[in-house]
Ligand binder design. Structure first.
Ligand SMILES: *Cc1c(COP(=O)(O)O)cnc(C)c1O
Length: 418
């Protein structure tokens, strides 16, 4: 038995079976690379679902985390800690919102946003406390809690977990007419949306969808909530996907293509994959509707998280990750298009920045995309199918042009084997 087989067997025997990983056991990472227990080196083309935008084990993050871990790790929010205020100020200035509420996982941040929206709806908008409806989109992915899966359209995520939380209405994505119609209901208090639907297969909406949706929400006195847990932090070629093609490169002069959400949800790359750190940002009129004792988290806002998140955002600015993602993304899509033009196996490439996907010419329940990913791994590149026949490509944003072209050759060679 190889070490790989042994370790997989161990997980299989003693771990819950809630995932179906590719048969690769990783033990080391550095920048855009990871190594398995047999010593084989791979390009990481998933980046832990866009949590490792800054690259694996970034030295600035490792140093920051190590230092803080030796000093103070957790106090709970029963007391002040010396790092949280610095984090709050840094975040508030970096993203241009009055206030920030720190949590840990993305799902917790989404839950926080939903609770904030309900509180605002009841206290500020004046909707009956027994009512208040939040609009969400078909094919959404916002996490795994019982409330969040209550409005999922994925049977795997939802079925068997009822009874479901009421107060949500699902409308089609990228459909302004459906949104307009849903907003007629005076009990609507919020609209939560992913600027690009990642888990659904990197669905990029029309360019005017997000700005127009936000304006429609404003006109209807409804909160526009952007879930940028996956799309945020430079992944799509700008600091946030709601920045559109804004060229301010994150110092947020807020040029006209920027759509400002009422509530912004961040997670994943907020820590560069070091540690679970998520956050919700909003202005005072919304954020201060939650008062002391009304929401919280034991680990949320701990000193390690605060330090690591600041460092993770410093890396994004210092290393121009948004610009790099934009430039490499354009190269990647044009290279994929070249492959598509000369083969029948892939029908489409889509995406923005370095959040991209290719669609395999086969039925969604076929094994082709999975088999391609197994072959890609053999050839030294790790990616994972999403929704059957779609393969998402999301490498760390610290990738160089030369490395990207190396990856394109691996992908091209692998596809030619099918
Ligand atoms: C990953 C993700 C979440 C959930 O984050 P977790 O840290 O896994 O709870 C929420 N929303 C979006 C858009 C995501 O991609």
């Amino acid at each position: 038995m190889t070490r790989t087989d042994e370790l997989i067997a161990l997980e299989d025997k003693y771990g819950a079976h809630n995932y179906h990983p590719l048969p690769v056991v990783l033990e080391k990472g550095d920048g855009v690379f990871v190594w398995d227990v047999e010593g084989k080196k791979y390009y990481d083309f998933l980046s832990a679902y866009s949590a490792v935008n800054q690259g694996h084990c970034h030295p600035h993050l490792v140093e920051t985390m190590t230092k803080q871990a030796q000093k103070l790790t957790l106090t709970s929010r029963a007391f002040y800690n010396a790092e949280l205020g610095k984090f709050d100020k840094f975040m508030s200035e970096y993203f241009a919102f009055d206030k920030v509420l720190p949590m840990n996982s993305g799902a917790e941040a989404v839950e926080t946003a939903l609770k904030l929206c309900r509180k605002w709806g009841h206290e500020v908008k004046g909707v009956n406390p027994a009512a208040g409806k939040i609009i969400v989109c078909d094919q959404n992915f916002h996490g795994r809690t019982t409330t969040i899966i209550s409005f999922s359209s994925d049977p795997d995520a939802k079925d068997g977990y009822g009874p479901y939380t009421p107060g949500f209405e699902v409308i089609p994505y990228n459909d302004l007419a459906a949104l307009k119609n849903a907003l007629k209901d005076e009990e609507v208090i919020g609209f939560m949306v992913e600027p690009i639907q990642g888990e659904a297969g990197v669905m990029v909406p029309d360019a005017d969808y997000i700005p127009k949706a936000a304006q429609m929400c404003k006109d209807a006195n409804v909160l526009f909530i952007a879930d940028e847990v996956q799309t945020g932090i430079a992944r799509t070629g700008s600091l946030l996907a709601v920045c559109g093609n804004c060229s301010c490169e994150n110092k947020c002069e807020r040029q006209e293509s920027y759509t400002r959400p009422d509530i912004l949800i961040l997670g994943k790359a907020l820590s560069g994959g070091m540690y679970p750190v998520s956050a919700v940002l909003a202005d005072d009129d919304i954020m201060l509707t939650i008062r002391p004792g009304q929401h919280g988290s034991t680990f949320g806002g701990n000193p390690v998280a605060a330090q690591v998140a600041i460092a993770a955002l410093e890396v994004v600015s210092d290393e121009n990750l948004a610009q790099n993602a934009r430039k490499l993304g354009e190269m990647f899509r044009s290279e994929m298009q070249r492959i598509i033009d000369s083969s029948d196996l892939v029908t489409k490439v889509r995406g923005k920045g370095l959040l991209n996907a290719i669609v395999i010419n086969d039925t969604p329940d076929s094994k082709t995309a999975w088999n391609i990913c197994v072959k890609l791994a053999e050839n030294g590149l790790l990616a994972k199918p999403t929704h059957g026949n779609i393969i998402r490509f999301a490498p760390p944003l610290v990738m160089t042009e030369e490395q990207l072209m190396d990856c394109v050759s691996i992908i091209e060679k692998t596809l030619s084997e099918f």
